[in-house]
Design a protein around this ligand. Structure first.
Ligand code: SAH
Length: 215
């Protein structure tokens, strides 16, 4: 694995940049300093891996900006050993952040090409978890309930099945909207009772439903 002191230095700078942008969770910052983001990108973007930018990862999808990844991870308020459902595996970078933070991660991806690639790649850099190929709208009822649920694509609406699969006391982080998304934190305070907090605009690729399956 080609990870040098130079890369480590660039990660440290990125972590300081994110701190400057308001990320304070030390576990999130430590994960950013640890994970070799340059290995998640194709060679044309590798030089820019530690800039706070999103990049194409194939199949029309993107690896989210480090600030977005850090922001979503911080909102989850993860504790070690918690069971997390991630919708939108993509490159697997966000998955690794959750794993570094000590979560038990179940991740779903609907693009076969990305699912295959990431499931194969992550173990080669020392991260392994439970990968599922399918439609995140349905969640993973067999493994529910989850302490935390993270959606890493822009959702036109909140998938009902995911609310059902959240533990009472659990939190869901979901960007809601079409062209731009409002980062939203949903806390399940009691069975079928939710509290919602909004955190401003972000930009994501869309969360696609069954009807567009196979795109
Ligand atoms: N967390 C990823 C972000 C990838 S972009 C990363 O760090 O790289 C969002 C991903 O969500 C894309 O890979 C897209 O294919 C996937 N996606 C979109 N709709 C989905 C759905 N209904 N179920 C599962 N994955 C979905």
């Amino acid at each position: 694995m080609n990870d040098t002191y130079r890369h480590k230095g660039l990660r440290r700078q990125l972590s300081l940049l994110l701190k400057g942008k308001g990320i304070f969770d030390v576990d999130v910052l430590r994960a950013i300093e640890t994970i070799p983001r340059h290995l998640f990108l194709n060679s044309s973007f590798i030089e820019h891996a530690y800039e706070d930018k999103a990049f194409p990862i194939g199949a029309g999808q993107t690896i989210s900006r480090p600030h977005t990844v850090a922001f979503q991870s911080e909102l989850l308020e993860l504790k070690k050993g918690e069971k997390v459902l991630e919708i939108g595996t993509g490159s697997g970078y966000q998955t690794c952040v959750l794993l570094e933070m000590g979560a038990k991660v179940y991740t779903i991806e609907r693009q076969k090409e990305l699912f295959d690639k990431t499931k194969k790649f992550l173990p080669t850099i020392g991260y392994d978890t439970k990968f599922y190929y399918g439609d995140g709208y349905n969640g993973l009822p067999v493994f529910a309930p989850f302490d935390k649920i993270l959606i890493t694509a822009g959702a036109p609406e909140i998938p009902k099945a995911l609310l059902d699969q959240l533990k009472v006391g659990g939190k869901m982080v979901i960007p809601i909207g079409d062209k731009v998304q409002i980062m939203t934190l949903i806390e399940k305070v009691a069975d079928k009772r939710f509290e919602t907090t909004e955190f401003g605009e972000f930009k994501f690729v869309p969360l696609l439903e069954n009807k567009e399956w196979g795109d």
